[in-house]
Design a protein. Structure first.
Length: 208
């Protein structure tokens, strides 16, 4: 599959909007946003990962704004406080979270568990007025995705559910650098023959 065009710019919008929101400021999109991000509508989810664990996630399956760039900004605002599973994100955490953007590129379609591809599909599970979404990076197996969806929606095992899948693009921010040591405590020298591995600056995009 081809990489998502302008993945780096999409991540930059998410990061800048998140930093503005946590400071209580209004973020305005720059004038040079690529047309691919301002001419299409899509649902967007923004996930925050801290120390390899989920910190918060917020977004919508259906677009609520004029284009993808605005959806990213709205998800960045929402992820701070609207995921009630977690406490609100604090300003001192902002440099320690990694952003994962999930852009919905096809509407949910009914399916059977046997046809779910965990690395490619998002999953929607519904029972009556209860429903929940699980994104590809949240579960490595079909069983895990369905279990998570039931837990999120508070649907007991054994209850009948309708299962839907939707296709997504996943854009992952590079791992944030570790905080610098205090100047009063110099870092120990690396072992002989050890070379530092530079962090990649390019976001990883898959699924477009």
């Amino acid at each position: 599959m081809e990489p998502f065009p302008h993945a780096k710019q999409a991540i930059a919008i998410a990061r800048n909007a998140l930093e503005a929101a946590v400071q209580g400021k209004t973020y305005r999109l720059p004038r040079d946003v690529p047309p691919e991000l301002t001419s299409r509508r899509a649902g967007v989810f923004l996930t925050l990962v801290k120390n390899g664990k989920l910190r918060a996630c917020w977004g919508t399956l259906e677009p609520q704004h004029r284009h993808i760039a605005e959806e990213i900004v709205a998800s960045a605002r929402g992820v701070l406080t609207r995921d009630t599973r977690f406490p609100p994100l604090r300003a001192d955490e902002i440099d320690r979270v990694r952003i994962i953007l999930t852009i919905v590129i096809s509407p949910p379609q009914p399916t059977s568990p046997a046809r779910i591809r965990p690395r490619e599909h998002g999953v929607l599970v519904r029972s009556g007025n209860r429903s929940a979404v699980v994104l590809p990076h949240e579960g490595r197996t079909v069983r895990r995705m369905l279990t998570l969806a039931r837990q999120k929606a508070r649907i007991r095992e054994g209850e009948a559910v309708d299962v839907y899948v939707f296709r997504v693009v996943t854009i992952e921010e590079p791992t944030p650098p570790k905080p610098l040591r205090s100047p009063a405590v110099p870092a120990p020298p690396p072992p002989a023959g050890h070379a530092e591995r530079p962090l990649s600056e390019a976001p990883l995009a898959r699924g477009w």
